[in-house]
Design a protein around this ligand. Structure first.
Ligand code: ARG
Length: 261
């Protein structure tokens, strides 16, 4: 008897979640559908400092020989020639290709909900192209951000061949931390910055976007890296914004670590 009620519930819930028919299914490609979740293709040269890592992550060129990514994308610090780093919109047809030489994972990193989710990869040789400066202070830690990556276009979906982008508004630590703590997650306000749409969801980074940059232009119009794709509850869900490593908080540590590589 219990089992029957359970089945009925599942059927009811499924009918609420799944599109009803062809008409609903055709809205699949609408702009606010969960894609990079809810995004659009990047144009050639639009985010020239974005790199793809063979470990299924993104990254940003911090200098011609150093990539900034997420700690959870790499192994422990030390020599590491296992990661292939590529540039270009199409990750299957890269414009440049180079191997890693060394990895520096942030000290104190254990898992994404504990903070410190950043790492540097030193490349075997320099890449040519623009580099992306990390926000030096919190002046750009609000407003509207852009996130880019080759990750899933929907929760549980596949990654993409070509780079995608999406704009996500800032969500305060108070609101974001509260939502995640209530759901039983750790949240380290000092190390994390959130972005997304609390009320509707529909736009977000997702699996495979990790390590990639969240950026914004500063008052002078120059791109600054504000965040590193880190984690979230599912992707693009209402009530659960994307959680990013707050780059400004680690600007000094990243600069020191890069100089020491
Ligand atoms: N941890 C994921 C990765 O390794 C990134 C998840 C981001 N999730 C989100 N809802 N913004 O690719």
């Amino acid at each position: 008897m219990r089992r029957r009620w359970y089945l009925l519930l599942v059927v009811l819930a499924t009918s609420l979640v799944l599109p009803a028919g062809p008409a609903a299914a055709s809205t699949d490609k609408s702009a606010d559908d969960p894609e990079i979740v809810g995004g659009a293709p990047a144009r050639a040269g639009e985010f020239p400092w974005t790199v793809h890592l063979s470990v299924g992550c993104g990254g940003a060129l911090y200098s011609p020989t150093v990539v900034l990514t997420a700690a959870h994308c790499v192994g422990r610090s030390g020599s590491d020639s296992s990661i292939e780093v590529t540039t270009g919109l199409d990750r299957f047809h890269p414009t440049q290709r180079v191997r890693s030489a060394q990895v520096k994972r942030a000290d104190g990193f254990t898992d994404v909900t504990g903070g410190n989710d950043w790492a540097l990869i030193r490349l075997a040789r320099p890449l040519t192209g623009a580099t992306l400066p990390v926000a030096a202070d919190t002046a750009t830690d609000s407003g509207l951000f852009t996130v880019v990556g080759w990750g899933s276009t929907r929760e549980g979906g596949a990654g993409t061949a070509t780079l995608r982008k999406v704009q996500v508004p800032f969500v305060s630590d108070a609101v974001c931390g509260d939502a995640y703590r209530k759901a039983g997650y750790g949240f380290v306000a000092s190390d994390m910055i959130c972005a997304g749409k609390m009320d509707t969801g529909g736009i977000d980074s997702c699996q495979g976007d990790s390590g990639g940059p969240m950026v914004r232009r500063d008052d002078a119009g120059a791109w600054r890296q504000v965040g590193i794709v880190s984690w979230g509850e599912g992707c693009a869900r209402a009530g659960f914004p994307g959680v990013y490593t707050q780059a400004s908080r680690f600007a000094a540590a990243i600069s020191r670590a890069a100089a020491a590589m």
